[in-house]
Design a protein around this ligand. Sequence first.
Ligand SMILES: [Zn+2]
Length: 322
Amino acid sequence: MARACIGIDLGGTFIKFGLLGEDRQTGARLQLPTPRDGGAEAIIARMVEGARKLAAEAGLGREDLVAVGIGAPGPADLRRGVILAMPNLPGMENVPLARGVGEALGVPAYLENDANAAAYGEFCCGCGKGTRNLVLLTLGTGVGSGVIVEGEIVHGSHDLGGEVGHMIVQVDGDPCPCGQQGCLERYSSAAAIARRAREGVEAGRPSSLAEVLRRKGDLDAKDVEAACKAGDALAAEVWDDGVRHLAVACVNICRVIDPDLIVLAGGLAGAGADLLGPVGEHFRRLHWSLTAPRTRIVLSALGDQAGVIGAAAVAWRASRQS
Ligand SMILES: [Zn+2]
């Protein structure tokens, strides 16, 4: 690989690294544990260590490394490259992460929200190649999302754009920790599907999931999917409710953005056709009749590498603009 950017994806457990060449070919990857006790200094040091290691492994000379892109969760001042807070990582308040990593490596570094980076990764190098408008929904613990309009990541006026997980899909619905009620992620995240099934069991609804809960002490979305396939009524109800609210969000996205693609990623996307089939059915039923639905709902092509590839793509884009 000649010239390349490095993408870094900061997670609570692992920091992932990946190379992206000028020709959009992906290169070597690396994953290191996230240091949880050393605060910002340890995080920056681990990022620099990983980036150097990856560059060395790929035989990348100092002049071949163009820039670094960092995808990170939580509120951030993206223009200044500063993490404002990370809910699951102590000591990360007001950290100038981009400057710290960039100065140590001697190249420009850029910060982006991790879900935005994943959306940009799918747009540039995954299932969104050749499209103009794309929305990615990561259905995991919550619902992360990134919105690409005319090839650009939507940040909004206050870096708060593209938060589809907190789109209200049920008026006066489930309270969300964000302070709203009826947010998408209260119904359609992997965690929400597991929680709602558990609540049904605990309320005394007859279900095969009662035995699973007793055995494992908890439920996950895969248990609900399996029970649903085996004909369990509670599991089917919870699964369909999650999928239906997801379809409502997809229709609302179409009314605002009219994207080429809505990409489903994260743990729940592992259900594949069991997710895509019913989402598509509800989507077509709920969609307006003024025109036929043209937005396609698809599964992520890059999986858990979307964030790291997207962060590198963000670095390429920013370095060409500066
Ligand atoms: Zn919310």
